[in-house]
Design a protein around this ligand. Sequence first.
Ligand code: CMC
Length: 389
Amino acid sequence: TGLTALDYGFVNTASTQSKITYIDGEQGILRYRGYPIEQLAEQSTYLEVAWLLIYGTLPSTDQLAEFDEKIRRHTLLHEDLKRFFSALPHTAHPMSVLSSAVSALSTYYEDSSDPHDLDHVELTMVRLLAKLPVIAAYAHKKSIGQAFLYPDNSLSFVDNFLRLNFGNMAEPYEIDPTLSKALDRLLILHEDHEQNASTSTVRLVGSTGANLYASISAGIQALSGPLHGGANEAVLQMLARIRDSGEGVTKFVERVKNKEDGVKLMGFGHRVYKNYDPRARLVKESADEVLAGLGVNDPLLDLAKELEQIALEDDYFKERRLYPNVDFYTGVIYKAMGFPTRMFTVLFAIGRLPGWMAHWREMNLDPQTKIGRPQQLYIGEPTRTYPSA
Ligand code: CMC
């Protein structure tokens, strides 16, 4: 068939053209629709950036207000879907609960399968933006045995989410602006990252004509792995293990360098960023600020800094151009906010949702889109004959 290129892990092959996100891995540049991530993180909000990613321009004040209003109207989950959570063990990983529940959403909204009906696509996107945080909070509440709260649609997107996670039936929830601002900022930093594994999954599933719920559910599963979004959870586990084992940072780094039992420095390295990850820089700046703002003093943050310092000065990491990525410091912040470790990747998923949807929509509007179907080079046995009896 004239097939020549073999590219494990798609290191050299572009699967699509896209107008959404620009990354320069050598210079550590990340822009959404042309806007530098630093400016968006400082000045924008999660929902405004979601609009930007999906539609390509910043929304007008009225457009944003209308979008926000629509999302507030769709936060409720069908009562039957709420019962879905009772069928799952309380020990279930919240990422599995999240993707199962998103998959289940497609059973309630079977009407939304035409990717070219743009009004309907918008309604589906609004439903997902509204319901994913509620599902996430219910997965959290389920895991700690607490009652689910109904969303309070008078609250902003982020405050509603925080209340659903940390509020209870007995007393009013007090909004903490430091917490809200910090979470909004972290969500913005996660909103898109061009053709990473989960976004490519969403595109691949979507290229078959599968609906948006099915595609997003698959994206959540792809994100769950420790080499991708699951790294934020793995970083915290690694830091806690170093602390509890008492082995010390230097010894741990030695084990990483010797590739003992395949142990890696989680939260380090990136396929694209080879000098630094601009998101990691912003997250690190936030970490001290947020912990101080919340009045939390976590020795794991000091451990993380010590680890980073040692790794950055070590030839193994220098030669391989390994630097902290976005997941290195986020866990320490999420922990300070009160989220259990197993919720960290769920927060990443809420952050990444707009990007996944923007790519799904862009793909379906692109006349060049075809079903995704990678090639292989066959290296198995040539023809064999089944033995006769
Ligand atoms: N710790 C120790 N060694 C590493 C690490 C690490 N974190 N990352 C890469 N290396 C080594 C790797 O073993 C290889 O060494 P050698 O040349 O001796 O075989 C070399 O560096 C090149 O790495 P690679 O595996 O070819 O790089 P990749 O582009 O295929 O993988 C990565 C990128 C992010 C999967 C990898 O760096 C990694 O596993 N990092 C730890 C997990 C992590 O933090 N993931 C989050 C990524 S950023 C956010 C997201 O995508 O969700």
